[in-house]
Ligand binder design. Structure first.
Ligand SMILES: NC(=O)c1ccc[n+]([C@@H]2O[C@H](COP(=O)([O-])OP(=O)(O)OC[C@H]3O[C@@H](n4cnc5c(N)ncnc54)[C@H](O)[C@@H]3O)[C@@H](O)[C@H]2O)c1
Length: 251
């Protein structure tokens, strides 16, 4: 039997709730995972390489970005990179009255420009393996609420960028996005610690009567890379328990 060709995945925001689930899912599926985050490697998170990297700095400092890409490329085999999962994001909340220039720059650097520049920086490696990119967007790309202007705008732009880059990059590299609604990360659950009624209400808003799990986002990402077929390109898939198709009105 021929030895299996190694497959590599790069995951940003790998120390976060969804990021850790994505690292586990791809590792279990046999990928060598290069996990990156500004935070230290979480205890117990298995991966092939962990790089502590500030995405905002990869936007502002080209030499720093080239060094990060060099470290990633040095770890890859000659077959290149199977997938890049642009998962990291920040959420700076504030109203249209209070958001500052700095809030906007930080949000757009991490949530939008970094996914673009990382895709561009790793393009030859992705192309070599006929690989694909998965951007973790959000339901806020389409539907939002008060005080989410900066975050929602960055996610709307990330979904739009996914579609534009699909036109630009096809047929060399596939690119798709996932738009999750509320996902039960440890942080989200902790926020409802003393508000279990509110958590029940949040669940009940969803036609499926629950919110999503980190595992469901990770499975969707893996399916986009290798399960749904090579015709999936430029898609922004809602992963939202149906909340995005539900009409809320007073009658
Ligand atoms: N949790 C949800 O309900 C939900 C819903 C929809 C979309 N999303 C999206 O899913 C993705 C992951 O979210 P999460 O809930 O796991 O959030 P999280 O905050 O747990 O994880 C985000 C990770 O990104 C990292 N990060 C932030 N700034 C960085 C920087 N400058 N450089 C490098 N790393 C940086 C953080 O350290 C963190 O580990 C995000 O894109 C988020 O917008 C989450």
């Amino acid at each position: 039997m021929e030895p299996a060709i190694p497959r590599y995945a790069v995951v940003t925001g790998a120390a976060g709730g969804i990021g850790q689930a994505i690292v586990r899912e791809f590792t279990q599926a046999g990928y060598s995972v290069i996990a990156t985050d500004i935070a230290e490697q979480p205890a117990g998170l298995r991966c092939s390489l962990y790089l502590q990297v500030d995405l905002a700095r990869t936007v502002s400092d080209e030499a720093y970005a080239q060094d990060v890409f060099y470290q990633i490329k040095a770890h890859l085999g000659p077959q290149g990179l199977t997938t890049l999962i642009n998962n990291a994001a920040i959420q700076i909340l504030g109203s249209a009255d209070s958001l500052t220039r700095d809030d906007w720059h930080k949000t757009l650097d991490v949530n939008l420009l970094a996914p673009f520049l990382w895709t561009q920086g790793l393009l030859p490696e992705l192309e070599r393996s006929r690989g694909s990119v998965v951007n973790i967007s959000s339901i806020h790309a389409r539907l939002t609420k008060k005080n989410f202007v900066a975050y929602a705008t960055s996610k709307a732009a990330l979904s739009g960028m996914t579609r534009s880059m699909a036109v630009d990059l096809g047929p060399r590299v596939r690119i798709n996005a996932i738009e999750p609604a509320a996902i039960a990360t440890d942080m989200l659950i902790a926020g409802f610690d003393d508000k279990s009624m509110l958590f029940r209400e949040l669940e009940a808003c969803h036609p499926l009567n629950r919110i999503g799990s980190t595992q469901e986002v990770a499975s969707c990402a893996l399916a986009m890379v290798q399960g749904m077929g090579e015709f999936l390109h430029g898609a922004c898939i809602s992963l939202d328990g149906g909340i995005g198709v539900r009409l809320f009105d007073p009658i």
